[in-house]
Write a protein that binds this ligand. Structure first.
Ligand SMILES: C[S@@+](CC[C@H](N)C(=O)[O-])C[C@H]1O[C@@H](n2cnc3c(N)ncnc32)[C@H](O)[C@@H]1O
Length: 539
């Protein structure tokens, strides 16, 4: 995220400079109000001129290009972010190698900060798209799997563990020392490692404070060995690379175009091309490689960094009816239900959780809860049962919530309908289904007449941080789906295809599977994470 001041530092040529005719702190200068497209400029101090000069004034900014509109949106959103952090007594965002308090499974930004953050991410990435030349854009896109390979490698060799103290993390270590400290079996060539870290440093994961000395930045910490975020690199990121090599081949195979089974995922073809024809599909891989199953179950908590904290606070769990049974269907180790129960443990004392999954995952769940929330086992507030969700659900009592996170997106429509019908057959009239899933938005453009800088500012100001979260409309020229700020959902959509031949759904897609299963959508809760909570009631 780039402030105006930082942006000026990025201007490379000595000849190209901002001339601050007015103090930077003066709002009229800092904050350029742009006229709508084609209208006369309202605030420029000098007429626009064909510029042979390379000296720009702030007045020149008042030109209705997309770039300057985006800069204005960026300035507003960055200022809002900083003001919100200050108001909440939180430190500013930095790249230093320590987590920010908002980087937590228990923390959510205020609604205003969240909205400003989305615009800052979308605007800065759109500025990049406007200013970047096509040649470097081509190189960037065509080699992104190398960023991914370098990221997976740093997780695999347990790189972060060689930094023993905060001081070492901040100052960095020489690459020879880094390699000397790597465990046996994880040693690499120092120069190759340096080259990988230089690649990652272009995305601000690492930094090279002095020649061949490398230090992690904040994002690199997610690969701290054993953490739930580290567990994501293998299997999920690794599986993604495997599927990517056979992606086009699988998509264009006439025999596979209408095949909606999980076995038809590119990932399976990728493994077969590597000679591993014994792997039938994603879930089968884990049955054959139990270590990976354990890491996958753990990584589901890691994937919670995109939505778990928001799931906890953006749904009214405190208002659950007394004696509610919360059935976590396809729970994995039950990270989400554990966090929800912990969140309302005393406030909703009659709430009980049931984990349902396949036997191996349930065993993993028992171990996880014994460590993370042993009180729930002692108090009889959690139970574990093996259950195949393609069959009728054994839980039939009133006031049951059937909770699904990241389940519908694993399956194409016929399978998703079958899963929901298994619930419908058991569902009491007082019970509900909650789907914790991303809702895909189409990538439609916004129009200059929709919402501009001034409207965005006014909407940001009018947000009541204590009210339930409601997303704002994207300001022009940011696309209606918020572009880069919702890339994670678009990535998940293709990730689901790649690994499982499945998909993230639009609201229309959800309506279709819900109606076909004997439910209707009662309410959709937007959250400050990537998931919405879609509440279904039986009809
Ligand atoms: C993407 S994970 C989500 C886990 C959990 N809901 C979460 O959000 O952390 C999907 C889960 O579905 C489970 N699953 C797959 N097929 C199943 C089946 N037929 N019956 C029950 N669970 C199944 C997997 O074992 C896995 O734990």
């Amino acid at each position: 995220m780039t402030s105006l001041v930082a942006l000026t530092r990025l201007i490379p040529s000595r000849a190209v400079r901002w001339r601050h005719d007015h103090p930077i702190g003066e709002r009229s200068d800092r904050h350029i109000k742009l006229p709508t497209r084609g209208r006369e400029r309202e605030r420029s101090r000098e007429p626009l001129r064909p510029s042979h000069s390379t000296v720009f004034t702030m007045g020149d900014l008042a030109n209705d290009t997309q770039l300057t509109t985006l800069l204005s949106l960026l300035t507003t959103s960055v200022q809002t972010i900083e003001a919100e952090l200050k108001a909440a007594n939180l430190p500013p965002f930095t790249l230093e190698p320590k987590y920010h308090p908002l980087d937590s499974l228990d923390a959510v930004p205020t609604p205003r900060l969240h909205e400003a953050r989305r615009v800052a991410m979308a605007a800065s990435n759109m500025i990049k798209a406007l200013v970047q030349d096509v040649g470097t854009a081509m190189m960037d896109m065509s080699t992104q799997s190398l960023d991914q390979a370098a990221y997976i490698m740093t997780a695999d060799i347990q790189l972060i563990d060689v930094f023993h103290t905060e001081q070492e993390k901040t100052a960095g270590l020489h690459v020879n020392e880094i390699v000397a400290r790597l465990p046996e079996g994880k040693k690499v060539d120092p120069q190759k490692l340096a080259r990988c870290l230089r690649l990652l440093s272009t995305e601000h994961w690492w930094i090279e404070p002095s020649s061949e000395v490398f230090a992690p930045l904040r994002w690199a910490l997610i690969n701290t060995t054993g953490s739930s975020t580290w567990a994501w690199a293998d299997p999920v990121s690794y599986g993604t690379l495997v599927g990517s090599v056979a992606f086009t081949e699988q998509m264009t195979d006439p025999a596979k175009i209408d095949d909606d089974t999980i076995d038809a995922a590119p990932f399976v073809r990728g493994f077969h091309r590597m000679g591993m024809t014994h792997i039938k599909n994603w879930w089968d891989w884990f049955m054959q490689e139990p270590d990976r199953l354990e890491r996958f179950a753990r990584s589901m908590e890691g994937s919670g960094y995109i939505n778990l904290a928001a799931i906890k606070v953006d749904y009214p769990w405190e208002s659950l009816a007394p004696n509610t049974t919360f059935v976590d269907v396809g729970s994995g180790q039950g990270s989400v239900s554990m966090h929800i129960l912990k969140h309302v443990y005393d406030k909703v004392p009659t709430l009980k959780v049931v984990l349902q999954d396949r036997p191996q995952h349930i065993e993993q769940g028992r171990k996880f809860w014994a460590v993370e929330l042993p009180a729930a086992l002692a108090d009889g507030r959690v139970s574990f049962e093996a259950h195949d969700f393609f069959t009728e659900n054994p839980r039939k009592e009133p006031n049951t919530i059937y909770w699904f996170r990241f389940i519908m997106h694993d399956w194409t429509d016929d399978y998703a309908i079958k899963i929901l019908k298994g619930i419908r057959a058991s569902c009491h009239s007082t019970s509900k289904v909650l789907l914790g899933e991303s809702v895909m938005l189409e990538a439609l453009p916004s129009l200059p007449s929709d919402s501009g800088v001034a409207e965005f500012e006014a909407s940001l100001k009018s947000i009541d941080n204590t009210a339930p979260y409601q997303p704002l409309k994207a300001p022009y020229p940011i696309p209606q789906n918020y572009g880069f700020a919702t890339k994670t959902t678009a990535q998940y959509d293709i990730l689901m295809y790649n690994l499982l031949n499945a998909l993230e759904r639009t609201m229309g897609n959800f309506e279709k599977i819900v109606a076909a299963s004997g439910f209707k959508i009662d309410h959709v809760y937007a959250t400050r994470g990537t998931a919405s909570i879609i509440e279904l009631v039986p009809i």
